[in-house]
Write a protein that binds this ligand. Structure first.
Ligand SMILES: [Zn+2]
Ligand SMILES: [Zn+2]
Length: 147
């Protein structure tokens, strides 16, 4: 379900600021609150960090957006209406990508069956190394490979 419809259906107060924040989350790929602020304050210069944080919390409570904890104190947001996906993050360069293939469903079912646990994929991030960083490490040769 799309968020405009969700807002209408639940009779939530639809302020232009909220719409701008939802649009920023929709168009940017997993922005942080800071990125959302930068984007939205172009349109609403009076918006500050506190307002954005409060709005993000409200939108989360209303079930419109979800957040994911990345390394450190980074928290990123995506629309709750996006397909279930797993965030993968490169430990070298910090690049994030999303995996939403069919394996999530079968792995989720298997985990649920064996340990009776429901995985919230979207809240989860997995760490590894992206293609570019693996290629760069290979190009540098084994001499630089410090572990
Ligand atoms: Zn996400
Ligand atoms: Zn990388």
């Amino acid at each position: 379900m799309d968020w405009k419809e969700h807002l209408r259906r639940h009779g939530y107060r639809v302020t232009p600021q909220r719409i701008a924040i939802l649009e920023a989350i929709e168009t940017q790929d997993h922005p942080t609150a800071e990125t959302v602020l930068v984007e939205v304050s172009r349109q609403f210069p009076s918006l500050n960090r506190t307002t954005v944080a409060r709005t993000l919390a409200t939108l989360g409570e209303q079930g419109l957006i979800e957040h994911t904890h990345f390394g450190g104190d980074a928290t990123v947001y995506h629309l709750a209406s996006t397909r279930p996906h797993l965030h993968v993050i490169c430990v070298e360069c910090g690049k994030q990508q999303s995996y939403e293939g069919p394996a999530l469903g079968s792995l989720g079912a298997e985990i649920e069956r064996s340990v009776d646990f429901h995985v919230d994929w979207s809240h989860t991030a997995m760490y590894g190394t992206c293609a570019e960083c693996r290629a760069a490490a290979q190009a540098e040769g084994t001499s630089e490979e410090a572990d």
